[in-house]
Write a protein that binds this ligand. Structure first.
Ligand code: ASC
Length: 230
């Protein structure tokens, strides 16, 4: 592979930034927001940012680049498809639990649902992600679709996957911002208390993580070499 060292450096950076994002979301919840529970309180809502950062950002990001890992090029394409679909399935389960925690918290406290732009775009992203996974499995993993159909749909699968991933990160930024505005009052967000700085940094890391994944996936010379009949 051309530039193996540079690929590894980018991969290590992405893993570090992604891991740091998960850790910061845990610090946010445990240090500032009272931790986790499943009882309709704001501690139930706290599952939402943690599971979204873990599943929708970190695991989805890794799922996007699994085909690029050079040491997997010896593995069968089918195995890599199972890993790609499996990681996305794990992410989808975490995302569904995350959404339920937000709705459950709202309903238990008579808060309205689905009025914010965060919730509109977020729900659309979740629905598109589920459809993407369903059609991805049906067309590319199961052995039924003819090669011409696969070839015609592959650019759409790649495009919609990357669009969903970018949209998810944008949606996280909206969610983070509205949560800080809602929950910081004494001192308010505008006075930059430590929680606000920490969570702003989380948003920054999510953007950097997305930028690293999109860079790695868009370098043509880091693509898995094509096999015959694959
Ligand atoms: C697949 C697969 C590919 C593409 C290709 C069409 O299912 O493994 O490499 O679709 O056949 O672009």
């Amino acid at each position: 592979m051309e530039d193996y060292g540079r690929f590894l450096a980018l991969l290590a950076s992405a893993l570090l930034v992604g891991f740091a994002s998960v850790v910061i979301s845990l610090v946010w919840v445990f240090q500032y927001r009272g931790g986790l529970s499943w009882d309709g309180s704001s501690r139930e809502f706290n599952w939402h940012p943690i599971l979204i950062v873990m599943g929708f950002v970190f695991i989805q990001g890794i799922a996007i680049i699994v085909y690029r890992l050079p040491w997997t090029w010896k593995c069968s394409k089918l195995l890599m498809k199972f890993i790609h679909a499996g990681l996305n399935t794990i992410a989808m389960i975490l995302v569904i639990i995350a959404i339920v925690s937000a709705f459950d918290f709202h309903n238990a406290n008579n808060n309205p649902n689905m009025y914010s732009l965060h919730s509109w775009i977020g729900l659309i992203a979740v629905i598109c992600y589920c459809l993407q996974l369903f059609f991805g499995v049906a067309v590319f993993l199961l052995p039924y679709a003819p090669v011409r159909l696969r070839a015609a749909l592959m650019p759409i699968h790649v495009y919609s996957g990357l669009t969903i991933f970018g949209t998810v990160i944008a949606t996280c930024l909206m969610g983070i911002t509205e949560k800080l505005i809602f929950s910081l009052s004494n001192p308010p967000y505008s006075q930059s208390p430590p929680e606000a700085i920490l969570v702003n940094c989380l948003g920054l890391l999510l953007v950097i993580f997305g930028a690293l994944i999109l860079w790695m996936v868009s370098r043509p010379h880091w693509k898995r070499p094509r096999e015959e009949n694959a």
